[in-house]
Design a protein around this ligand. Structure first.
Ligand SMILES: [Zn+2]
Length: 255
């Protein structure tokens, strides 16, 4: 499996998964034209569309792609299908459902919090995490609760450290500024900042970053780190993971 990262809108990413027969699945096409350009550039025939959640800056290109290449399987969560909020959705997925891509098993994780229908796709050592886990950060909690989002982040944290993260937005540098504010003495965050700055200065994305590096640097995965707990406690939280996560998320909302 090959992954092509497709910049869309201002700071969104769609992803094209490509198999050996040059057939491809697109994840979160917020708009069609950059996806069409990527299909052409890579010489790939579109075979399905997978969505992580229903927000417009993830599904905005679905209808146009189906009109051009359809009919295509359009996959999203069972919750989003019940609520009819993903255009052209043909199948609703739940955790434990099995999919495959190019003969590889695809694991489905339900990760509610940012939205109640949020899901992640795990395939070939990569996780497509939508707006839940970002590199060095996480999405806003719009529909769920803080403990719910923390439970979802815990599911993602339990993936192998070698997992590569492909998320919905290039927010990495801003996220690292916040991480530094939470843990000013964490040298791993300084190193991660240099890593991100070098990639961005070279015009490259930070997508594909390793989960192992996130464990040392992402404050939203570090609810059991001493420094993060004491910061949350200064904001009045107790040491419960959901409360620590919630305090840090609220601090980011104000940052
Ligand atoms: Zn979103």
């Amino acid at each position: 499996m090959r992954v092509a990262t497709i910049p869309c809108l201002n700071d969104n990413y769609a992803y094209l998964l490509i198999d050996d027969d040059n057939r491809g699945v697109v994840i979160d096409p917020s708009e069609a034209p950059p996806v069409e350009a990527a299909l052409e550039r890579e010489g790939v025939e579109l075979s399905a569309i997978w969505l992580t959640h229903h927000h417009y800056d993830h599904v905005g290109g679905v209808q146009a792609l189906v009109e051009t290449h359809g009919p295509l399987p359009v996959l999203g969560s069972a919750y989003d299908m019940e609520h009819g909020r993903i255009p052209c959705q043909s199948r609703g997925l739940s955790e434990g459902d099995t999919l495959d891509f190019a003969g590889l098993p695809v694991e489905l994780l339900e990760i509610p919090g940012h939205t109640l229908g949020a899901i992640a796709y795990v395939v070939d050592g990569c996780v497509f995490s939508g707006d839940t886990l970002f590199i060095a950060g996480c999405g806003r909690v719009f529909e769920g609760t803080m403990p719910m989002m923390q439970t979802s982040m815990a599911k993602l944290r339990a993936l192998p450290a070698s997992t590569r993260i492909y998320c919905g937005h290039e927010y990495t540098q801003k996220n690292l500024e916040f991480a530094q504010n939470i843990e000013p003495d964490n040298a791993a965050i300084d190193a991660r900042t240099r890593w991100a700055n070098e990639l961005r200065a070279a015009g490259e994305t930070t997508m594909g970053g390793l989960l192992g590096d996130e464990l040392d640097t992402n404050p939203f995965l570090r609810w059991d780190a001493e420094t993060v707990i004491s910061r949350a406690q200064r904001d009045g939280a107790d040491a419960d993971p959901g409360a620590v996560f919630g305090a840090i998320r609220k601090a980011k909302d104000r940052f």
